[in-house]
Design a protein around this ligand. Structure first.
Ligand SMILES: Cc1cc2nc3c(=O)[nH]c(=O)nc-3n(C[C@H](O)[C@H](O)[C@H](O)COP(=O)(O)OP(=O)(O)OC[C@H]3O[C@@H](n4cnc5c(N)ncnc54)[C@H](O)[C@@H]3O)c2cc1C
Ligand code: FES
Length: 273
């Protein structure tokens, strides 16, 4: 096992982007080379305060720095939101399995995301679009609570929505006067005609309640549970299968996940808690 799996690499926050009232993207430069696969997660340490797991939101092809998009949820994330450029942090990992991109090749990739769940999805989306010809089509259905809560606004509106081979729709739970897209939860912009279900996989990432209803909707559309990929979040401690904090049934979310097919976990209770 590489020492980085246990020991944080000294790193520095070199930029901070306000994404929404509760979400910021931190651009982090590690002192040593740090690589990951899209969908894997890292433990970010704020020295003297603690650490928390996050999935980098940048593409793995960007190796000299990494974006980590963080919602203010509690103690550590609250302290991170108070940090300024130049703050020293630690990064350990990467942990977990990530998305099986090679299995998606030749298929239509249907991505359903919401809230801060767009962080791992941004990394996935950038990875897919770097080799867009390998996929039949990329269909994105993204949601947020209000227009202000939409993250990555600039890339989303100015680049991603305009890309050839990408079909993207947006929705918010509660619109305001300027909003030109859909109003309603994310499943209201999902339609079984969006993709050819026989040659498609779906990736779902967002708050547990959204993951639950989006998954049930995909099953209703006719997706096989093996073709539904879910990024699961459970409270974690060690991050590499030693402490048992993150179990879903027989699986360690930190080691066997965080990406699971619905087929793998659908039989276990409380998967959406
Ligand atoms: C694999 C993985 C990837 C993640 N990626 C991201 C990411 O890219 N961006 C992001 O903003 N967040 C992400 N999270 C969630 C993030 O780790 C938690 O928000 C963070 O640990 C909260 O730490 P805290 O000290 O601020 O909160 P605490 O003070 O510890 O807790 C505040 C509240 O958040 C809840 N909470 C704590 N940990 C988690 C958790 N892991 N999942 C859900 N709720 C939690 C607590 O139950 C409590 O209600 C990820 C979690 C996992 C497991
Ligand atoms: S976080 Fe320790 S076993 Fe998963």
């Amino acid at each position: 096992m590489k020492p980085t799996l246990y020991q944080p690499i000294n790193s520095e926050i070199v930029d901070i982007i306000d994404e929404s009232p509760t979400i910021k993207t931190f651009v982090v430069v590690p002192e040593e080379e740090f690589t990951f696969d899209t969908g894997q997660f890292v433990e970010l340490t704020l020295p003297g305060e603690g650490e928390a797991p996050f999935t980098p939101s940048s593409s793995p092809s960007l190796t000299e720095k990494m974006d980590i998009t963080i919602m203010k949820a509690g103690r550590v994330t609250g302290l991170l939101h108070e940090c300024r450029k130049g703050q020293k942090v630690g990064i350990r990992g990467p942990y977990g399995n990530g998305y099986p991109i090679e299995d998606f090749a030749g298929k239509e990739v249907y991505i359903v995301g919401g809230g801060v769940g767009l962080a791992p999805i941004r990394s996935l989306f950038l990875t897919l679009t770097e080799r867009i010809k390998d996929f039949k089509k990329i269909v994105c259905r993204f949601g947020a609570r209000t227009p202000e809560d939409i993250i990555f606004k600039s890339a989303l509106f100015n680049k991603w929505m305009k890309l050839d081979g990408v079909d993207m729709k947006l929705t918010v739970d509660k619109a305001n006067g300027k909003w030109k897209h859909n109003e309603g939860v994310v499943t209201t912009i999902c339609d079984k005609k969006d993709v050819n279900i026989k040659n498609a996989i779906v990736v779902i990432c967002g708050p547990p309640i959204m993951m639950k209803f989006a998954t049930l909707k995909m099953v209703e559309f006719g997706f096989e549970p093996k073709d539904i990929y879910l990024s699961m979040e459970k409270n974690m401690s060690c991050g590499f299968g030693k402490c048992g904090h993150c179990m879903i049934g027989k699986y360690y979310v930190c080691k066997d996940g965080p990406v699971f097919t619905y087929e793998q976990i659908k039989g276990y209770p409380n998967i959406w808690d």
